[in-house]
Design a protein around this ligand. Sequence first.
Ligand code: 4NP
Length: 158
Amino acid sequence: MNQKPAMLFVCLGNICRSPLAEAAFRKAAEEAGLEAEADSAGTAAYHVGEPPDPRSIETAARAGIDISDYLGRQIVRDDFTRFTHILALDHANLRDIRSIAPVGALAQVSLLMDMVPGREGAAVADPYYGGEENFTETWEDVSRAARALVERLLAERS
Ligand code: 4NP
């Protein structure tokens, strides 16, 4: 791949799941020595300009990552040319992303868990109405997917 990989992780609100996916990917890429860009966005505009949910900030902090300065934003059409990959956290997100994809979009759009062998077609469950254990489960899912995604990008590069 000539262009530096650039990942956009997309959920509904961009305050719970996709900031954690972005953080997990940044960590996995750094550990693997992969140079890549990462960002996250929501399909909805509910939380534009807001920091992540305090429960996501706490979950990332437990893994040693500070995401308190991330700010929510909504996906825009330019993202389909800025990013090489757009990863949807669930099926509704995937459908909404595809519905706004401009003609000639560069980015490969897929479900995040499709990266994990044996978890293809799975959604990362929305922890918004859940408790701490749901956020821990989200972190485990996005961390596995991030490591698998990094492996895939490294394999594509060589
Ligand atoms: P996220 O979770 O999509 O993982 O950020 C949600 C955040 C906010 C809402 C729903 C889900 N909400 O309805 O405001």
